[in-house]
Write a protein that binds this ligand. Structure first.
Ligand code: UDP
Length: 369
């Protein structure tokens, strides 16, 4: 542990309440980052939209209208802010309280926080949780790293490579609280799992198709974000045994996920990371996924799962037939070696310490111009 203890303000995603599932993997990422840094003696306050819940640390709830999810704005060249925007209100809170903190940690995938970075008197670290989706945010990321090198982090190399300024982004990886997940050496019955927001970019139809062909039940965990899409899948794959389990707490999720033979992750976009994959590993569950995006950096083909080309349902089916060649312990071992909260906490702490130190030089420079 380093000597300095930082006071950190975490600003959650403005697309929905923390704990609702609307924010996807970023909700778990934020809470795990808080846990990792608190364990190192730092203090963390979380600011999140009204209705949020967390047991990790002090939470300040902010009222206002939720931001539209970036994945519905692919390719757009405009930024949108609703009337009485919760994003705007969260950043007003950050402006008013900034002097109580050493650093602000932003989890919004949005233009406004990037733009505000040079207007604040404390350094801002940005967690960019999705790949490049819109030119207007991509351009603002380039401008921000120009002024503040090291201020922006992503999970994986694959995610960084989708941005114009990709070679200037920090690759931070991820960590989860291993103690929350129980390793299961053998599932209680052959069955498949699929975990994620039910929304077209997550490609549930490919997993449903593989389930229909193999005759294995597919247990689906996650928030239904697009009801019409979900209904269409049930129409398109009438013989697939699909069990919708709802959006579960981490504890309930890990209990059920651990009893599955494999997790199918079939995204039809460049998945920046794929939290569900490392949660599956923690339970000893191999991951069958596409050789694309962050998942190609997480899954070790034929060791902790299988990688096939995007959209190759026959490849998924073949991988399912070879699941008995995977040692479930290897999955948990990869998790322990690469994604522990302790190692991730060290990385985050070093990142923040560099940013805080460099920011004082930036301020000196700013005063002299
Ligand atoms: N999740 C959950 N309960 C569920 C299903 C999913 O808590 O029933 C969480 C899961 O733990 C993961 C997130 O939803 O952290 C999905 O994140 P991922 O990175 O896989 O995809 P994203 O939604 O960010 O695209």
């Amino acid at each position: 542990m380093q000597e300095k203890h930082y006071r950190l303000l975490f600003l959650s995603t403005p697309v929905g309440a923390l704990g609702s599932g609307v924010g996807g993997g970023v909700e778990l990422t934020l809470q795990n980052a808080a846990k990792a840094l608190i364990a190192k003696g730092h203090t963390v306050e979380i600011v999140a939209p009204e209705g949020s819940q967390t047991e990790v640390t002090k939470l300040t709830q902010i009222a206002g209208t939720a931001q539209i999810s970036a994945q519905t704005q692919v390719g757009t060249d405009v930024v949108m802010l609703p009337q009485n925007s919760v994003l705007e209100n969260m950043w007003s809170y950050a402006r008013d309280t900034q002097h109580q903190f050493d650093l602000i940690f932003n989890f919004a995938y949005d233009w406004l926080p990037l733009y505000l970075t040079p207007f604040l008197q404390v350094p801002v670290a940005h967690w960019i949780s999705m790949s490049s989706l819109s030119p207007v945010i991509d351009a603002m990321i380039s401008k921000t790293v120009e002024l503040f090198p090291q201020a922006i982090a992503v999970n994986t190399r694959a995610c960084a490579d989708t941005f114009t300024a990709g070679d200037r982004l920090m690759i931070m990886g991820k960590g989860i609280d291993v103690s929350q997940y129980q390793f299961v050496s053998q599932p209680n019955a052959p069955k498949l799992a699929w975990v994620g927001r039910i929304s077209p970019e997550k490609g549930l139809e490919d997993a449903a198709s593989a389930a229909q062909s193999t005759g294995l039940p597919l247990h689906i965990f996650g928030l239904i974000q697009d009801q019409a899409y979900w209904q269409q899948i049930q129409i398109d794959f009438p013989k697939a045994e699909l069990h919708y389990e709802g959006f579960l707490s981490t504890d309930e999720l890990q209990m059920k996920l651990g009893q599955c033979s494999a997790l199918l992750m079939t995204p039809r976009w460049i998945e920046a990371f794929g939290n569900a994959a490392i949660e599956a590993f923690a339970c000893g569950v191999p991951v069958i996924s596409y050789r694309s995006g962050g998942l190609s950096e997480i899954v070790r083909d034929r060791k902790t799962g299988f990688l096939v080309d995007m959209g190759d349902v026959d490849g998924l089916i073949q991988a399912i037939s070879q699941l008995d060649t995977i040692n479930r312990l290897a999955c948990r071992q990869q998790l322990d070696a690469e994604y522990s909260l302790e190692v991730w906490g060290d990385r985050l702490e070093k990142w923040f310490s560099d940013l805080i130190e460099n920011y004082s030089y930036y301020n000196l420079w700013r005063k002299n111009i």
